[in-house]
Every structure is written in C-alpha cells, then in structure tokens.
Design a protein around this ligand. Structure first.
Ligand code: V47
Length: 457
C-alpha cells in the first residue's frame, strides 16, 4: 500500500470564497482568529475545511499516523457528582457500582506489562469513600510492578497516565490539602507526591466546554475552567505533559467550542513560553488582561469564567504559529482530543448528539485553531474506528490505542471490553494512507518484538 507524503500546497478547489483568506493564513502558518473558526463552522464546504486541516496535519506528521499499545483502567464509577452528560457515574449501593481493590489494580498492571502495554491510562469518578493513600499506593504499586517487569524483560518501563484535572482537585480535597486561597500550591502538593510515586503524565479529560453557562447546565458541581487550567499549568511546571479534551455536541454551541479552543491555545502558549520555545512569528493577544476579549467576536452571551477570574493571558515572547511534530522538553500539552457527546444512558439522552459531519468538522477545526498543539487524537472508542480512519485524512494524526477495557462510554451498545488488536489498528491506518507508528505516551517511537518493546532513543 502506498502511504501519503506531505501534500504540496496547492489552491483548494473550494466553492466558498470565504475560505480563500483562511487558506492563505494556513499556508503562511498564521494563527486563525475566532471569526475564521466561525467561518469554518458555517461554510457548507466541509471538504474544504477538512482539506485545510489536512494540510496542517501533513505538514506536522508527513506520511505517518500514531497509535499506542495501552490499557485503560477505570478504578471506580462511584462519583460524588452527577453530571448530566455522564452515563458512567453511580452512587454507592447502586446496581453496578464498583471500586477496584489495590490487589485488582496490581493484577491489571501485571497483565498490562505481560501483554506489552506501554501505558496505563487510569481515571475514575470522584470517589468520596477512598482515602488519599489509596491513590498514592495505586501509583506506587503499578510503578513497582512496571519497573520490576522492565528490569526482568528488557522492555522500557510502562508509563502511568492518570487522573483528570477534576480528580486531581478532588484528591487535594480528600488529602485535606486543598486551600481555596492557595489553590495552585494545594494542587502542586498532590501532583508532586503522585509524580514521586511514579505518575508520568495527565490525561485530558474533564475539560468538557470551558463556559459557565454550559458548566451550570450540564456539569454543575464540577470544577470550572480556571481550576482545570490551573491543574494543567502546575503539571506543566512540574515537567508533566498533559492532554486536553473538548466534550461537545450536548448543550454547547459552536462559538463556545471556539472559545474553548482559544483558551487552550493560550494555555499552551504559556507552557511553550515557559519552556523557552521561541518561534518566528510575534503574536500578542490584544486587550486580554484578566480574560479573553471577545470584542472582535460578536458573542456577548458567552461567559468565560466567573467575573474577575483571569484566564491565560498572552506571554509577550514570540511564539510559533505551529509547533514541530515533536517537542523536546516536558511540560506542555501534547494532544487535543475532541470528544463527541454520546447521549445513551445519560440524563441528556433526549439530545441527538453531534452528527457525523459535525464530528469531522470539529476535528478539522481543532487542528486548524490549535496551531500550537503537536497532535490531534481521534479517540476511536468514541469516534468509532471507521470514522477515525477518515479523520486521519482530515486533521487527526493519532487514534489512541488498543484500550482493552473502557467503561465511560459504550458507543453502539459496546460492553466494557472494548479492545482492538494492533493488526486492526495497522490495517485501519494503512487503509487511510499512512504508515502506522507505535508511540509511547510522550510520542517517542517504539521498537517492538512481541510483548518486548523499547523506546527509540
Ligand atoms: O472526562 C463522559 C468524557 C472523558 C461522555 O488524554 C463523555 O489521551 C462522550 O478524557 N459522551 C474521558 N464523552 C475520556 C478522556 C480521554 C479519552 C481518550 C484519551 C484521552 C487522553 C482522554 O469522556 C470525560 C468526559 O469528558 N465523557 N461522558 C459521554 N456521554
């Protein structure tokens, strides 16, 4: 099968003239504005949008698409919250409520190592009945098993990617370290201890859509955007890479999604500036003291965060319009993962959820707007593998991994055993025209011989 090289820049045969100026910006590597994002959402030329996104994707990752051999673990579905979009949460005593013991988690870690997984991706509900020590022990136990396995087998050590920002704040509270007036320090305390126990990075969950109206309608009680961003900022400062998600297609609207992307873009600008990333193009966010100015973006109904809460502001240093496909240092966002809302079993079951075209469009727009994120992931569990294939041709460069167990969504009535083999991932990626590249969690290439694997140095 032939794979695709970076496609040469060529005029797009678009039927919508409004895409011309956007195409010029994309070709020149210039940052798109929120109005550009709105045009991309409104144009009937979906192929034009997808092809523009592909231009950026192929520039960053010519000829290849990434996957990993991983195992997801949802340690408990008992949750203090009852977010309307979520079908996963249960209350203690409810039918189907569960919490894994540390022994069960250790057994999963062993199986992961023996089967050659490079990553465990661990998230759960905000479990009010577990002590802080459970989480530290969980990470330390897995780390010990993984390191012993690596020493005995000659494989590289498995990576622990665990706890969404929402869980991290919950952990700070149950550890009795949470102080509202020194929130970042509370977060730093728990993340430092978890890192010392063996935590390697944070997943991108729990971001939903950074808007107070959406928050109060669909996930009231959860941390708001400012706190989610604080957790990722502190993680970056501690040298932990993180991902970011956007759960869309429920009570949100398209402009709110674009603002979500803009906030993430600024947060990543900050992270890259902290790492000393100097680029070619000077960029300033005008009038953003204490928040994002929507002056040139007619969206008065959007409330970003509570009044007086400041959002990431521009760092005066110059930043690139798009980062290279890999970043040397640690402490930044790696992938944006747009997650289409799946209504079944949730309190928002009456909503339709986003259409297929809306999913392609949102994925492509994420690639175009988030010019400083190296990767866009089409999470096959939620997008489905067939849709993820075409997403690899319209902005995405990663489809997550073998997964094995997944309990948060059951798209199409799937059971919790949601596994795909490496050969199916290879086939899906090759059919999409790319060479499959196995990566580890921080996007280093993996050399594999059966269950034995090593990261390329
Ligand atoms: O935080 C919950 C979302 C997230 C529904 O970082 C739902 O590599 C759709 O964050 N329909 C968990 N989505 C998944 C997640 C993730 C997945 C893959 C890779 C990575 C990564 C992160 O799922 C939750 C929430 O935002 N979610 N309910 C639902 N009904």
């Amino acid at each position: 099968m032939t794979t695709l090289d970076a496609r040469p820049s060529r005029p797009l045969p678009t039927s919508d003239r409004r895409l011309y100026s956007i195409r010029d910006k994309v070709e020149a590597g210039e940052r798109l504005s929120l109005e550009d994002g709105m045009t991309l959402y409104e144009t009937p030329d979906i192929w034009g949008v997808m092809e523009l996104a592909q231009l950026v994707r192929d520039r960053l990752h010519p000829g290849v698409a990434y996957y990993n051999v991983n195992r997801h673990l949802n340690y408990s579905n008992i949750c203090a919250l009852s977010c309307k979009f979520c079908e996963f949460h249960r209350k203690k005593g409810d039918e189907g409520a569960y919490t894994y013991s540390l022994n069960e988690i250790a057994a999963e870690a062993k199986k992961s190592c023996e089967n050659g997984a490079t990553e465990m991706h661990i998230v759960g509900g905000l479990q009010p009945y577990l002590p802080w020590e459970y989480y530290v022990d969980m990470v330390r136990t897995i780390r010990g098993i993984a390191d012993d396995h690596a020493a005995a087998s000659g494989s590289s050590p498995l990576h622990i990617k665990a706890f969404t920002a929402v869980e991290v704040v919950h952990l700070a509270k149950i550890a009795k370290r949470y102080k509202r007036d020194s929130r970042r320090e509370s977060i730093r305390g728990v993340l430092t201890e978890l890192k010392e126990a063996g935590l390697g990075s944070l997943p991108g969950g729990g971001a939903e859509v950074f808007d107070d109206r959406v928050h109060d309608t669909a996930f009231k009680g959860k941390i708001r955007s400012d706190e989610w961003l604080d957790v990722h900022l502190v993680a970056h400062e501690l040298g932990l890479n993180t991902n970011a998600t956007m759960l869309y297609g429920h009570v949100d609207n398209r402009r709110e999604r674009l603002v979500h992307m803009e906030i993430l873009r600024r947060s990543q600008d900050q992270a890259l500036a902290r790492l000393g990333w100097e680029g070619t193009e000077a960029r300033r966010h005008e009038g953003t003291e204490g928040g994002i100015s929507l002056a040139q973006f007619d969206a008065p109904e959007i409330t970003l965060t509570r009044p007086g809460v400041s959002l990431p502001t521009a760092n005066p240093s110059s930043l690139r319009a798009s980062v290279p496909s890999s970043l040397p240092a640690q402490g930044h966002y790696q992938a944006i993962i747009p997650l289409p809302f799946f209504p079944d079993g949730s309190d928002l079951e009456h909503l339709a959820g986003p259409s297929g075209i809306e999913n392609y469009r949102t994925q492509a727009i994420a690639r175009l707007m988030l010019d400083n994120f190296p990767h866009v992931k089409a999470f096959w569990i939620m997008q489905t593998l067939p849709m993820s294939q075409l997403m690899l041709q319209s902005g995405a460069d990663d489809i997550d991994g073998t997964v094995v167990w997944y309990d948060i969504t059951h798209v199409g009535g799937a059971s919790t055993h949601q596994e795909v083999t490496v050969s199916s991932l290879h086939k899906a990626i090759r059919e999409a025209g790319y060479e499959p590249v196995e990566r580890d969690t921080v996007y280093r290439r993996v050399q594999r011989d059966g269950a034995k694997w090593r990261v390329e140095s």
